[in-house]
Design a protein around this ligand. Structure first.
Ligand code: DC
Length: 241
């Protein structure tokens, strides 16, 4: 065996095979913080699929598309170019080359994203994008969303479904908000429940736990405990291969 072939063979033996981790659940369960931290700790890429649906929604609003008109949204959905940067330490998202990280978090987008993400043509386009990003992640990736374990990456090595009580979720979400919105936990709770109901009841790939997902209730756990739990599960999967 030549030296370079031997080196490549050794590298293949020592480098862990790419691992695909799907983390699903409703908002306010600690999904984003957990997913980013797990990816960073294990040297994996990270993809926030909610950000992609938000980016699509922001583009629709910015381009005068009525998000209640499913046919108009479906027709326009091929137009925006959405690019996600997958470094967990600094994830990015651009739409048509413009940084969308700020605008996609506005209340205007949050209140309309469920309508846009329920359109089947939107889901087809975004799902394809997500699969191509996951396939390109050489060391593996943590993908967070609502339908990753059930629809986007049904063959993921590990599927996690995070849950938490409505009270815990509303309290966390309020803590992330600023100004007047932050003080109104009750209103945040109502908005969360409404969005979850829409996301869970839509016809195309609703928010759902995959049969083979591990459910983790984060209500009484610290973020560090949730991260530790998921890291351990990934390491166990890797060791079993
Ligand atoms: O995680 P988030 O709150 O940023 O997600 C925004 C919306 O996008 C959420 O209301 C549902 C939708 N979404 C989805 O339908 N499928 C995904 N895989 C991720 C998010």
């Amino acid at each position: 065996m030549s030296a370079s072939v031997e080196t490549a063979a050794n590298a293949a033996r020592t480098a862990p095979a790419a691992v695909i981790v799907a983390i699903d659940g409703p908002s306010g369960t600690g999904k984003s913080s957990t997913s980013k931290a797990v990816a960073a700790r294990l040297g994996l890429s990270y993809l926030d699929t909610g950000a992609q649906y938000r980016a699509m929604t922001w583009w629709m609003i910015s381009n005068g598309v009525d998000v209640r008109d499913g046919a108009a949204v479906a027709t326009a959905a091929t137009k925006p170019v959405i690019i996600s940067g997958t470094d967990p330490a600094a994830p990015t998202i651009t739409v048509d080359g413009v940084d969308a990280a700020g605008p996609i978090r506005t209340q205007e987008v949050t209140s309309q994203v469920s309508a846009v993400s329920a359109v089947p043509e939107v889901r087809t386009i975004v799902t394809e994008l997500q699969r191509s990003i996951a396939a390109a992640a050489e060391r593996g990736i943590v993908v967070e969303g609502r339908d990753i374990g059930t629809t986007v990456l049904p063959d993921a090595d590990l599927k996690i479904f995070l849950t938490a009580s409505p009270e815990a979720r509303a309290a966390r979400r309020s803590g992330e908000l600023t100004g007047r919105e932050a003080t109104d936990v009750a209103a945040t709770r109502e908005a969360l429940i409404k969005r979850d109901a829409a996301d869970s009841s839509r016809k195309t790939s609703p928010l759902a736990k995959a049969d083979d997902a591990v459910e983790v209730d984060t209500s009484d756990l610290t973020l560090e405990q949730v991260i530790e739990c998921v890291v351990t599960l990934v390491e166990e999967k890797r060791a079993a291969r």
